[in-house]
Each structure stands twice: as C-alpha cells, then as structure tokens.
Design a protein around this ligand. Structure first.
Ligand code: FAD
Ligand code: SF4
Length: 511
C-alpha cells in the first residue's frame, strides 16, 4: 500500500470523508493496544466495549471494500507502544505516507505529533468531523482570559446551528431553558422502562485481556457485553430512547432512585464517544420524535436532552482543549486526601453511595446526578485529591475519555479549576439527596441528623467543607446567606457537627 491510515478506538465514524470511496492504495489500521488498556485501570466492560466496537468497525469497513487490518493484543504485545507498532507497520507494508485523524485526547495528540516529527515518510492529520463546533473554532469561542458559561455557549450553539430556534432568532417555545419543568424526583408510581441491553459475547476478548495480565476493575456477568458496539445496535438504542425514555427524560433527569440504574437516561454516551453515532444525528432524531408527536414528547424533555449534547458535551470539549495541558493538574482547593477504599468495592453503609458505586462496578455506568451529586459531591466534601478522583472516573465509566471526563470531574464536580466550569462548587448536604431520591429511607445513616454516630456523612462533611473554605468562599456572593445561617447556630451544635465530621474523616473507609 502507499498510505497507512491509523484509526483510534474512539474514531469509529462510518461517515468520515475518508470512507467515501474505497482505495486499494490505502490500508486502515486498528489495534488493540496495551498502552490504551493500561494508561489507567479501566473497567473490564470499557476495554471490552472499545475493542469489540473496533472489531465491528473493521468488519464494516471491509464489507465496503476498504483494506483493513485489525491487530489484537496477541499481535501487538511485542511493541512497547503505539509509535513502536507504527514503525513496524510502516516498514512491513512499505507505506510511503502516514495519516491519522486528530485525536481528542491530549495524551494521544502529543504522542502522534511527536511521532510525525520523527518519521521520514510524509504525514498528515485531518479533522474527525464529529463535533458540532469545529476544532478550529474553539480558540475564538473559548478565550483563555475570559470565562464562558455553558448557558451562553449553548445559546450561541442553538443559533449557530438553528436548533430549537425560530426564524426571528428567538428560542422555540419562548424559553431557552425549561429547568423548572424538568428535574423532579421520581414518583413511586411512575413505571421505569427496562434499560435496553445487548447480548454481545465478549468471551474471547476478556480471555485475551486477562491472558495479557491487564489489570481491570468491575465485573461483566457471563462475559456478556450490554453496550452497543456497532452501528446497528447504537441506532437501536437511539430508537429505544426516543420511543420509551425521551418523554420522561427531562422531568426525571436529576432523579435518584434505587429502583433502577439508568432511569430515563439514554446510555448513548459510549456510542457517541466512540463516534459510532454523531451528535448531529442524535439531536435530529430527537427533534423528529418531538415534531412527529408533540403531544406525547414534551418540548421541555427535548430541550433538556439537546442541552446535554449540543451544550454540555461540546462545552466540555471546548474547556478541555482551551485549557490543556495545565487543566489536568489544577487543584484550586488544595485537596490532598486519599480516595476512600469503598469507591473500589462499593462496601459502605451509605445507601446512596453503595447504589451509585455498586452499579458503576456492575454496569460501568452511573447517570449524571449520581456522578455529580453523590460520588463527586462526597469526594469534594471529603477533600479528596482531584488526581485520585480523576483516576477513578477515567477508569470506571464506559464513556470515560479524557476530553469529557476531565472537565466534568476536575472542573464541574471537584471545583479544582477554581470556577472555570461551575460558578460555585457542587457541594450539597444529604438534604439534596433525600429530596431527589429514595435512598435515605434504607440507609444506616439519618438524612435529618448532622452530628452523632448516625449523622448522614454528607451533612456534617458539608459544614466541614464550608468551614474549611470559609475565607475563600466569602468571595462568592451566593455563599453569604449560607454562612449567616451557620453562624447563627448555637456554638455547641456547630462544634458537634464539626467533631462528627472530623471523626468520619479519620475513619473514612469505615463509613
Ligand atoms: P444522558 O443523561 O442520556 O445524556 C445524553 C448525552 O448528553 C450523554 O450521552 C452525553 O453525551 C451528553 N452529556 C450529558 N451530560 C454531559 C456532560 N456533563 N458533559 C458532557 N456530555 C454530557 N460523560 C462522558 O461522556 N464521559 C465521561 O467520562 C464523563 N465523566 C463524568 C464525570 C463526572 C464527575 C460527571 C459529573 C459527569 C461526567 N460525564 C461524562 C457527563 C455525564 O454524566 C455522562 O455523559 C452521562 O451520564 C452519560 O450517560 P447517558 O448517555 O445516559 O446520558
Ligand atoms: Fe446518602 Fe445520607 Fe441519605 Fe444515607 S442518609 S442515603 S448517606 S444522603
């Protein structure tokens, strides 16, 4: 062949211009790589899903006449890393040109740029065409010296793409935001649809992963992979979402419940992040569902969903690329504690944490509010080092790729960026979790108590956090009222709460 084109595990986009026509002079390469399976300890389902999706993609390309080679872990084991494998491939194929799509992770971008710089063959890097905001527009949209809030960015994106915007430039339905109608707890009598799971046999893959001694976390029951790994399954999941879940999405998007592990969430993040689905087609499908049946698919639900993909997803990518590489090290609150051991096994008496961590280990999935207001909130209140928090989030979730994991974890949930993403820390007491869910009723701890042996840890740790950061929080006008209430409290009660928090922090693994 004369051109070797590399495809990474999150570049599985059938509609990329590369694949418009087959060319015998081009060889596509995909590879199961040890470096990708070990840069952090990943959930077994995450590695299996990316590898399985690569295999499906290779087959799909071959069936369209493209020349493709997929190397498995056995075949790549002798190469230390991606550059070593590429050296070998360029030599054995005799390719006189190397091409790749721009990686979305800084780690891989720098590795491939360095590689390009040292090889003799001419090379080029092209766009991935996946996102709605082209990479070249990030610099202007996210100026380093100004803070761009998600809401501002999202409205601009709605106008830029004419999504839910009327001809006169006003938002469809009259509002940009339907948060008031959305975000309700889940009533007991609302029936939850079963999550659509696929029955992919990942036995051969997991054997290989284990045989190569790759350290993983989490479980996969019977080597069956629930996640969609090809385009057909991903489109099926999208259809399932629009038909059964979309109508309830907005209203219950912030609900917490022990009755299910995905509630009305789409579980499309893996298919999106691997680029099997494009954000544009997901948005279009949801808009079509609403246009076709506006009586049953509320605009508030559609707007709430579009906001996640056109707003949050694109926004997080903009933050990542406008702030990297420094963003990966920020620790504004100077948090240094270790991640409690129960994050790795779910063994805690806190019912909300047990549920969120347990399902993360079992399904490689937790929905947004579990990530933000349960596990993320707890790590923030407990002063855990954001490096440790990142390592956990980057490993455990099926959809965890750094460009989206990092701004969500370090920025949104840990406030380690000092307010780039969130205007104030997402710190909350047990009251929030109690209001939004049903976990507290079955918990060892008491959501209504702030001190003593059965005090909800979120309660006392919340006040401990607020006290620890009093000086710094004072700058935030929205915190004034909270401190006024706290300061009015009887001195003895305040010390009892802070003492309980101290005790909990000292024996945190036992909570
Ligand atoms: P739904 O609730 O159905 O939402 C639809 C889609 O919107 C998602 O598939 C996703 O593509 C997008 N979306 C929603 N919220 C966000 C957000 N805050 N940022 C970016 N996209 C969003 N998302 C990831 O894709 N990868 C991650 O590694 C990741 N890590 C996170 C870590 C923390 C601490 C937090 C608080 C959030 C994280 N998120 C991450 C965002 C969000 O929680 C997941 O995208 C979502 O839970 C995926 O489930 P879903 O597909 O059912 O989403
Ligand atoms: Fe979680 Fe506290 Fe409620 Fe228990 S009481 S479920 S720890 S919020």
């Amino acid at each position: 062949c004369s051109t070797l084109r590399l495809l990474l595990g999150d570049q599985l986009d059938r509609h990329h211009p590369w694949f418009e026509s087959a060319d015998d002079n081009v060889l596509y390469v995909l590879a199961e790589l040890r470096q990708e399976a070990t840069y952090v300890r990943h959930h077994i389902q995450k590695i299996a899903a990316f590898f399985a999706a690569m295999h499906c993609f290779a087959e799909a390309l071959k069936s369209c006449g493209h020349r493709v080679v997929l190397l498995d872990l056995d075949e790549t084991a002798d190469f230390d890393d991606l550059p070593a494998l590429l050296d070998h491939l360029l030599e054995v194929t005799g390719a006189d040109r190397f091409e790749y799509q721009r990686p979305d992770e800084h780690r891989l971008l720098t590795q491939l740029e360095a590689y390009r710089g040292r090889i003799d063959q001419p090379s080029s890097c092209c766009r991935s065409h996946h996102f709605l905001l082209p990479f070249d527009a990030i610099r202007d949209s996210f100026p380093a010296d100004r803070q761009l809030r998600m809401e501002t960015f999202y409205r601009r994106m709605r106008k830029r793409h004419g999504i839910l915007v009327d001809d006169d430039g006003t938002p469809t339905g009259g509002q940009w935001n339907y948060d008031k109608q959305n975000r309700k707890p889940l009533p007991e009598d609302v029936e939850l649809p079963e999550p659509l799971c696929f029955d992919n046999d990942a036995g051969a893959l997991t054997d290989r992963i284990r045989r190569h001694g790759i350290d993983t976390l989490g479980t996969m029951e019977g080597d069956r992979l629930d996640w969609p790994v090809c385009r057909t399954q991903s489109l099926e999941l999208l259809e399932y979402f629009t038909e059964h879940l979309l109508a309830g999405f907005g209203r219950y998007q912030d609900a917490l419940s022990s009755r299910g592990w995905a509630l009305f969430h789409s579980r499309l993040s893996f298919a999106l992040n691997a680029k099997i689905l494009s954000p544009r087609e997901v948005i279009e499908r949801v808009l079509d569902a609403w246009r076709g049946d506006p009586d049953n698919v509320p605009l508030a639900a559609v707007e709430g969903f579009v906001r996640q993909i056109l707003g949050w997803r694109e926004y997080m990518r903009g933050i990542y690329w406008s702030r990297m590489p420094g963003y990966a090290d920020c620790n504004e609150l100077d948090h240094r504690n270790e991640l409690p051991a129960f994050y790795w096994n779910g063994e805690t008496r806190m019912a909300c944490m047990r549920h969120a961590i347990g399902q993360s280990l079992e399904h490689a999935y937790a929905h947004h509010i579990q990530r933000l207001m349960v596990t993320g909130n707890f790590a923030l209140l407990a002063g855990v080092d954001p490096d440790a928090v990142d390592t956990w989030y980057l490993g455990i979730y099926i959809d965890a790729v750094q460009w989206v994991e990092l701004p969500n974890t370090r920025g949104m949930s840990q406030y380690a960026d000092g307010g780039v993403v969130a205007s104030k820390p997402y710190a909350a007491s047990g009251n929030y979790i109690n209001r939004m869910g049903d976990h507290c009723a079955d918990c060892h701890y008491d959501a209504g108590t702030r001190s003593g042996d059965t005090a909800c840890p979120f309660n006392c740790l919340y006040w401990h956090f607020m006290e620890r950061h009093r000086e710094w929080q004072k700058q935030n006008p929205r915190s004034g009222m909270i401190y006024r209430n706290w300061d009015r409290m009887d001195e003895q009660r305040r010390s009892a709460i802070l003492d309980t928090a101290e005790r909990y922090l000292k024996a945190i693994d036992e909570l």
